[in-house]
Design a protein around this ligand. Structure first.
Ligand SMILES: [Fe+2]
Length: 199
């Protein structure tokens, strides 16, 4: 029997590397998720900044959409989604913090374009018409579909990178975006589209 046991070789998993702290003298500094040097982690971080900009931008856009809407239920849907969106911004801040990042926004050209299209719809349709409501639902659903695509991809990527808690947070938002999309479909089908057809 050997007197000295062989030291077990513990290979740091990708996750361990991400969560490992750097000790400098007395100070223990927490590494950010990107410190492991992964290109995928860097890409994930970039996409978080993009959707953070988009959500914050929506905080300014949704009140305009609510104001432009005629049907009370459509106004209410945009107002409700504004409150939900405030929660999405907070969740993203939680995600940044969990990964050791400062919350940072980077202009999302896609969301800027979709909401610009919404502005065009408002300016090209008449105030107080259901046709304008139809247009607002179009714009709102384009926003939701962009967000569903983004949060769906981010959730999967978070899982791949081993950020399971972050994946859960992102998935909660994904479900709320889907609910918002379904509620707009409901409003279009139950009343707005038919009213617009009679204008
Ligand atoms: Fe959102």
């Amino acid at each position: 029997m050997p007197t000295t046991a062989k030291k077990p070789v513990v290979k740091a998993s990708k996750n361990n590397r991400q969560q490992r702290a750097t000790t400098t003298g007395q100070k223990t500094q927490k590494n950010t998720a990107e410190d492991n040097g992964s290109k995928l982690e860097e890409f994930f971080h970039g996409e978080l900044k993009d959707i953070y900009w988009a959500e914050k931008h929506l905080l300014k856009v949704l009140p305009k959409m609510s104001k432009a809407a005629t049907a009370q239920e459509l106004k209410a849907a945009f107002n409700d989604h504004l409150k939900v969106t405030e929660g999405h911004v907070k969740r993203l801040e939680e995600v940044f913090n969990a990964l050791g990042y400062k919350p940072q926004a980077k202009k999302c050209e896609a969301m800027a374009g979709i909401t610009k299209e919404g502005d065009d719809i408002i300016s090209k349709t008449e105030k107080g018409t259901s046709t304008r409501d139809v247009g607002l639902i179009f714009a709102g659903q384009k926003v939701e579909h962009y967000e569903i695509a983004t949060y769906g991809s981010l959730t999967q990527l978070a899982k791949t990178l081993g950020h399971d808690d972050v994946a859960q947070i992102l998935n909660s938002t994904l479900q709320e975006e889907k609910e918002a999309d379904e509620s707009l479909t409901g409003i279009a089908e139950s009343s707005v589209n038919q009213k617009a057809d009679q204008e």
